[in-house]
Design a protein around this ligand. Sequence first.
Ligand SMILES: Nc1nc2c(c(=O)[nH]1)N[C@H]1C(S)=C(S)[C@@H](COP(=O)(O)O)O[C@H]1N2
Ligand SMILES: [Mo]
Length: 216
Amino acid sequence: MSLLLTMKEAYIAAKERWARKMAGVDKPAIHSVNRLPPGQREVTNFPILDFGVKPQIPLDRWELKIGGAVENPVTLDWQAFNSLPQFTDTSDFHCVTTWSQFDMLWSGVSFLTLVDLVRPEASCSHVFFKSYDGYSTSNPLDVCTDDDVLIAHHWKSQPLTVEHGGPARVILPKRYAWKGAKWIREITFMNQDILGFWELRGYSNTADPWTDDRFS
Ligand SMILES: Nc1nc2c(c(=O)[nH]1)N[C@H]1C(S)=C(S)[C@@H](COP(=O)(O)O)O[C@H]1N2
Ligand SMILES: [Mo]
């Protein structure tokens, strides 16, 4: 089977799982007993980690710009963002500094909804995320189009606090947490990869918790 076909099938399978979540049919993912990745320990206090700038963005000045290699670039204000189909999901959260927190309840807008809205060009391979604090990170498109990826504005049914990236942040459960940008401001679909803040500073670009893939 060609690589392209495999990727397309993975995309369709993720969309099917996501559609079941949107319909309220699927329970949150059932986890194995081995849900703690190697080198991690479980916490319950949701630590705060960032490089120190905690930008305060009033909702009436908040904007999310989505563009690059897409057919329909958009700039969403807070109201437009919240008018998109809303998505709630439970996932685990793994930070490279060795803590993991299980069963994090997030609500927001699924990444798949944004993909449907902007329609990436066929050549698009990566997604670059930029934040209000100057942070950035990147991920392959197929990592972003999994059924558990979202731009979250609520955690445990409460608006996301500034420390945790409110008004809105990216949640990418299957990667170490630095791959999910807090205070998200701009999402650019790319025909190639560019490294982000921590990827330029010695952290792995693939960032897979299950293979202990921390540093490059
Ligand atoms: N904008 C922005 N996003 C960021 C960071 C940051 O410094 N700035 N830190 C990353 C890192 S290293 C981690 S572990 C998680 C931490 O999220 P939390 O503070 O809600 O636990 O956010 C990630 N997203
Ligand atoms: Mo981190």
